[in-house]
Write a new protein. Sequence first.
Length: 75
Amino acid sequence: MADRSPEEIRASIEANRAQLAVSLDRLRGEVAVITDWRRQLVRHQPQVMAGAAAAGFLIGGGLAAIGGVFRRRRR
């Protein structure tokens, strides 16, 4: 590093800035795709539907069980 002129250092800094800008733009694009929940729902629709059905079954069963406990206590 001792053999580099100030111009070479400036050129290296500018090259690094340009490369960083390109990497940042690419990262923004990737983040936008990953965080697009509508696209993720469409892409994973069968898994989402199965999860929703399982959640509904568990919630419904849990509510029915709680209702049964309360009905038993009243008798």
